[in-house]
Design a binder for this molecule. Structure first.
Ligand SMILES: Nc1ncnc2c1ncn2[C@@H]1O[C@H](COP(=O)(O)OP(=O)(O)OP(=O)(O)O)[C@@H](O)[C@H]1O
Length: 616
């Protein structure tokens, strides 16, 4: 009978009871489950291995395709018939040209016959690199009128431009303008000729790309004033669009100055004044003739222009002879208000009405575009439907370092000296302090990247300089009028250091700014050009310094290279120079901390429901 006794393991304890039938079954189930689990894991592992193998195979194949493509470089074919050239292709062209030379021919790639032995190749291999679309710039952009930066041979004396009105010549000398700058010496006579011939030939539209501070405003203001002097009836005949309130105000002042002694009235609509106030400045109601314009030249921002087009009764631009877009690249970026659409709509509606009423101007206005960084993107310019456009650009000394296509794209004044300082993030404010002290800078604009950083830096500089230098800040947090007041103070040297955001980077004309410091490195070349352009204006000398952290250096250099600037020097400020200032720096940082905390508390207090109730 012992033969039929199953000797089961009873555990270490011999006295343990023999398990019952049900526990026996549950144990068996567990074993079966474990077996099933192992089986599932095994099949999962196999699946994973299979996928990994397939992925590896795909990578191998992709690498192989890449290798094959690299081995057969297909050159970009010369294309002279297409209308456009993509600007980016210029940069890429150099590399593709090099590789073309290396290959030395234009043959199509054929698969290696050895590798395909035994296979029938149907048709041609499909691994042919796609041809790049090479757009060609329109002729007028490729063949600009180059304005020499050296004025020799240009009609630079005021009396050299014979057709210029005597009254304007007198105003020029009254305002200290003795000679014309190159852009003025070329553009003013051109526009005066076009205006004189306009009854016979429709004048061409023009685009002018000239450095910051080169005198572009007078280049368009004087011919426009001269052309409109003859009119007796008041209509808006010139519309000047600028991207910001401050710039529009600045240009308005120039028009006001040079239209003195004429019948011309200049208007300004930017949103600085209440809408109704602006409406009253623009339109008069006459019992006999209805609504009449009160201005001949209107300077405006795009947003406010759209508002008046939509809401101001009697606002009529149909007699427009000149449409001037200053800082044109910036204004054209302003899609927010779609000003161009509204303007075109207005002009076409008026034209339909007018044909039924009387003889009115049927020709579209002459368009004059100006900027230091004028867009050469044909698509953007095409939006303006330019009529036989002509481009005027500067002959830049930096252009020699770039491809010929660059000519005049982004140029800076030749009087500008550019430098950079490499510093750590922690010591940046101290480096700035040292730089201002050692270079004895006292009329200096410092650019940061945000409102917050402008505010903090201004507090810190105030703490560092104490009474030595007066520091103020300008950003979008300030209202228009306070901004204008601060700019005036800075102009009159009542403020030494002006810390600001890029709101002040474009177009603002402050004479004799000694230095522009980019405390936060500019992200784009355009920003750099406009910031640096606040100094070295109107033929004066100026310094532009950029503070960089080490990782920013290569990007910064590459950015400047796009403008042909390869010789920008480094300015060294050593750790030894900074050592004696460390204690002062620490104290100033503490002051900054306290000041920010105090402001935080004030803000909280003002926001608390109790205060709000009190205020009510
Ligand atoms: N012929 C001249 N002689 C002396 N000063 C001039 C002359 N033309 C212009 N200026 C002065 O040069 C300064 C710069 O002129 P303007 O603001 O027109 O430059 P810009 O080319 O428009 O610069 P940005 O591109 O920065 O707007 C102004 O203060 C202006 O009064």
């Amino acid at each position: 009978m012992d033969l039929f006794v199953l000797n089961r393991h009873r555990g270490d304890n011999e006295d343990e009871k023999i398990p019952s039938a049900s526990s026996e079954q549950s144990k068996l189930n567990k074993i079966l489950q474990r077996v099933e689990k192992n089986r599932r894991n095994r099949s999962k592992r196999k699946e994973r291995e299979k996928l990994a193998k397939a992925a590896k195979q795909r990578t191998r194949e992709a690498r192989q395709i890449k290798r094959e493509l690299k081995a057969k470089i297909i050159p970009v074919p010369e294309n002279t018939t297409d209308e456009f050239t993509d600007q980016t292709v210029f940069e890429e062209a150099a590399t593709s040209e090099q590789s073309t030379k290396l290959e030395g021919n234009n043959k199509k790639w054929k698969p290696d016959s050895k590798g395909l032995e035994g296979f029938t190749v149907l048709g041609e291999a499909s691994l042919v690199k796609k041809q790049k679309v090479k757009r060609v710039l329109p002729k007028w952009l490729l063949n600009p009128t180059v304005i020499p930066s050296n004025p020799d041979g240009l009609p630079t004396a005021i009396s050299d431009i014979k057709k210029l009105d005597e009254g304007i010549c007198k105003l020029l000398s009254d305002n200290g303008v003795e000679k014309f700058f190159p852009v003025q010496a070329v553009v003013i006579p051109y526009l005066l000729r076009a205006i004189a011939n306009s009854c016979v030939i429709s004048p061409c539209d023009i685009c002018v790309s000239a450095p910051t501070g080169s005198g572009k405003t007078l280049a368009y203001a004087l011919p426009v004033i001269q052309a409109l002097k003859k009119y007796i009836a008041k209509k808006i005949r010139a519309l000047v669009i600028l991207p910001t309130q401050d710039l529009a105000t600045q240009v308005f002042k120039v028009f006001k100055t040079y239209s003195q002694g004429t019948r011309i009235d200049v208007g300004l609509v930017t949103g600085k004044n209440a809408f109704q106030v602006e409406q009253n400045q623009l339109i008069a109601e006459n019992k006999a003739f209805g609504l009449l314009s009160k201005v001949d030249i209107l300077v405006c921002t795009p947003g406010r222009l759209v508002d008046h087009l939509k809401l101001t009764k009697g606002f009529d631009l149909h007699e427009l002879e000149f449409l001037i877009i200053d800082e044109a690249d910036r204004v054209l970026e302003n899609v927010q208000n779609d000003w161009l659409y509204h303007l075109e709509k207005h002009l076409s509606e008026e034209a339909e009405q007018s044909s039924a009423i009387a003889v009115r101007r049927t020709r579209p206005p002459q368009k004059l575009l100006f900027s230091a960084t004028l867009s050469q993107d044909p698509e953007k310019l095409q939006k303006l439907s330019l009529f036989q456009p002509r481009l005027f650009t500067y002959d830049s000394p930096d252009a020699a370092n770039t491809s010929e296509h660059f000519i005049g794209k982004y140029t800076t004044p030749k009087e500008l000296i550019e430098k950079y300082v490499v510093t750590s993030l922690a010591l940046k404010p101290l480096v700035l302090y040292k730089l201002i002290n050692s270079e004895k800078l006292n009329k200096c604009i410092i650019f940061t990247h945000s409102v917050d950083s402008t505010h903090r830096l201004a507090i810190l500089l105030r703490a560092l300089f104490k009474d030595e230098l007066k520091v103020e800040e300008i950003s979008s947090s300030l209202q228009g009028n306070s901004r204008t007041a601060l700019i005036e103070k800075f102009t009159n040297k009542e403020i030494d250091l002006l810390v600001c955001t890029d709101a002040l980077a474009r177009g603002i004309d402050i004479p004799q700014v000694q230095c522009v410091i980019s405390y936060s490195a500019p992200k784009y070349l355009k920003t750099y050009i406009h910031r640096a352009g606040r100094t070295a204006r109107a033929g004066e000398a100026g310094l532009a310094v950029t503070l960089l952290h080490k990782p920013q250096l290569s990007k910064f250099k590459a950015m400047l290279e796009q403008a042909g600037k390869t010789n920008v020097e480094e300015l060294f400020i050593s750790a030894e120079d900074l050592e004696p200032l460390e204690k002062q720096y620490e104290e100033s940082l503490n002051e900054l901390k306290q000041s920010i905390e105090k402001e935080g508390k004030m803000l909280k207090k003002n926001k608390s429901p109790k205060t709000r109730k009190g205020n009510k």
